[in-house]
Design a protein around this ligand. Structure first.
Ligand code: M6R
Length: 630
């Protein structure tokens, strides 16, 4: 949530920061701003509200501002508003009263009220409604207190900040200085070949320049000055030198480019047949049925806990929660254990471990970004209650979630996801969940590799089977046109496909802003059926599985009231195809994997509904990609 970026080196900094900002827009697009150090002691700041998330006007405004080529130190920000409305005044960067210190910030100061009162009491004039501005004033005061000692001032500033924050700071007195702080919100930096430095809230903007970077750990601070970087951590107000490990960046510059697609959402849906094999690569032995998951096997302690565990919790938010529901069901079906999914935001409000032995409970945390605040809080809450093991199912390497696990987990390896709507991440989460299910059944001696062969092969077939779904994009667009005659629609499914329907519903609401009712199909007649009028569109996930007979009844009940039923049906199920008013076909596969194929058809439906409703499908209204606030 919020994207921050900075550059200091020998090149004109503003174009580099602008380019990086355009890649960070998915993290927040309420407003954008840059600050360039145009001469010692002088910062030039340009900021603007982004109408409908559009970046081009802002870019033109920055270009018109004619930052000199000699401006080689700049910071930038894309905002997802937390404190204060979407106004230019609230857009970052924010300055102290002297205009010498500029700050961009991702996160939330939990003690902003107290801090604001204190700063006002000390004579600071706060002009915006943001918590970020307070950081600039605070640092300025600390500089005065320490007689200009930057290191002491930064330590003292950081000690006064509560909450999860990632901060980048410029001080105009030193044209070669950038300060980065990670205290709860992500921050990474890279040294480029020419000795320049880039700092950003994710490594993606570095990709055109380098493949290596360093992800700051919680509490790490970097001071870049004079072409050198000082890495340290703070403990009780003391500065401890650290060495942040350097890592290889995942993905490539192509991953963060549209490559001919009109939208990232479409690109990320359509390229799944090429990306998902990376999720499976090296993990499945098709001949023997063996599943190998290095991230869960490496630690013998983690492995022991997984084998002995009695309770499994799958936690996530939004799309990741829907994937968690599917994986929990797979665990119940294949491992016959107590397994439940829970929205991370609810975990801290509910004693979910009640009646469980905490030490024999395992938590799997699912996340694309690995930065979702509710999820990180839930992990800390469960850990404090003695949960035996925390493992991650995550896409972004080096994210905060990874550092909170017990060194156990499985990366999605599906490449950067730029569209705010999660698409390929959902598919890969379910695929990884299916692999973990078989792997653990093998580890616990519940399934021999030999017995696993059919399911393992079914997993491996998913990327190719998706092509059949994607080929129906035009037919799905026509269905979207039909749905446009109504102001809302309904989405239904049973068993595994209730989670599929939930996921389809989330995509439609998020991307097209259309009202969509979602229910387990059997619940429809207990209330939502009242919505059905003549021709009313109902999407029914109706694949060939144990719920088929009940689904056939539900379809009759709906059609008897005039509903137009769009069935997501199994290819070859001619009876079902004839009964529904319009069919979308998915290839035959076990129901737990059919969730991926069916959800992908719903991703396409949401995409087309978004376009027909003239929505910005990559940057849905009011949302951002990584939700790093409560
Ligand atoms: O990065 P995460 O997977 O933790 O994000 C969780 C949700 O914020 C995310 O899935 C959100 O619901 C998507 N925008 C849905 O498309």
């Amino acid at each position: 949530m919020c994207g921050i970026i900075g550059y200091v080196g020998q090149q004109p900094a503003v174009p580099i920061v602008l380019e990086g900002l355009s890649q960070l827009l998915y993290r927040g697009y309420d407003s954008a701003g840059v600050s360039g150090l145009i001469s010692p002691g002088v910062l030039r700041i340009v900021k603007q509200v982004l109408p409908d998330g559009q970046f081009d006007d802002f870019k033109a405004k920055v270009e018109d501002s004619r930052f000199p080529e000699s401006c080689t130190n700049a910071i930038g920000h894309t905002r997802w508003a937390t404190h204060g409305g979407r106004t230019v005044l609230n857009a970052h960067p924010h300055c102290d009263g002297s205009g010498q210190i500029a700050v961009v910030h991702n996160g939330m100061l939990e003690n902003w009220r107290e801090l604001k009162a204190e700063l006002i009491g000390l004579g600071c004039r706060i002009v915006s409604e943001t918590d970020t501005e307070l950081i600039a004033h605070l640092f300025a005061l600390k500089l005065q207190e320490t007689k200009g000692d930057i290191r002491q001032a930064i330590l003292s500033t950081v000690s006064s900040l509560q909450g999860a924050n990632g901060i980048l700071l410029q001080y105009a007195r030193y044209p070669d200085l950038l300060i980065g702080i990670r205290k709860g919100s992500p921050l990474s930096y890279a040294k480029l070949d020419d000795g320049a430095f880039m700092v950003a809230s994710t490594g993606d903007p570095f990709l055109p320049y380098t493949r290596r970077c360093k992800h700051l750990r919680d509490g790490d601070i970097i001071i870049i000055q004079g072409g050198k970087v000082e890495e340290f951590s703070f403990h009780n107000g003391r500065r401890i030198p650290v060495s942040i490990p350097s890592v290889e960046l995942e993905g490539s510059a192509e991953d963060v480019a549209l490559e001919g697609y009109p939208h990232f959402m479409l690109k990320e849906i359509m390229t799944q047949p090429e990306r998902l094999p990376d999720v499976l690569g090296g993990r499945l032995r098709l001949e023997t049925g063996l599943v190998k998951l290095g991230g869960l096997e490496a630690s013998s302690l983690a492995l022991k806990k997984l084998k002995r565990a009695k309770h499994f919790w799958f936690i996530g938010c939004g799309t990741s929660y829907h994937a968690a529901q599917i994986v929990a069901r797979m665990f119940r079906q294949h491992l016959h254990v107590h397994a439940e999914a829970k929205q991370a935001s609810e975990v801290t409000l509910d004693d979910i471990l009640s009646g469980c032995s905490p030490g024999r409970s395992v938590v799997f945390a699912l996340s694309q970004s690995g930065e979702t605040k509710d999820l990180l809080d839930a992990i800390e809450y469960l850990r404090a209650r003695g949960v035996g093991l925390v493992a991650g199912i995550v896409n972004v390497v080096g994210s905060s979630l990874v550092t909170l696990t017990d060194g156990a987990g499985v990366y999605l390896r599906v490449g950067p996801e730029i569209g705010v709507a999660s698409t390929k991440a959902f598919s890969s989460q379910v695929l990884v969940g299916a692999m973990i299910t078989v792997w653990l059944a093998q580890q616990r001696g519940q399934l021999s590799p030999d017995q696993s062969i059919p399911f393992v092969r079914a997993i491996a077939e998913i990327p190719e089977q998706l092509r059949v779904v994607l080929a129906q994009s035009e037919a799905i667009r026509k269905l979207a046109e039909y749905i446009m005659k109504f102001t809302s629609l309904m989405m239904l499914g049973r068993g595994y496909h209730y989670a599929t329907a939930l996921e389809g519903h989330l995509k439609v609401v998020e991307v097209s802003n259309m009202a969509c009712e979602v229910q387990p199909a059997g619940e429809m007649k207990h209330g939502p059926l009242a919505l059905v009028t003549d021709g009313y569109p109902v999407v029914m996930v109706a694949t060939r599985d144990s719920s088929r007979t009940a689904i056939l009844h539900n379809i009759s009940e709906l059609q008897a009231r005039g509903a137009f039923v769009i069935g997501i049906t199994t290819d070859g199920d001619t009876e079902m195809a004839k009964i529904v008013n319009q069919a979308i076909y998915i290839p035959d596969t076990p129901p737990e994997l059919a969730t991926i194929l069916a959800a992908t058809s719903l991703q396409l439906l949401a995409y087309h509904l978004g376009l027909l409703n003239e929505r910005n499908v990559d940057k849905p209204r009011n949302l951002a990609k990584a939700v790093t606030v409560k």
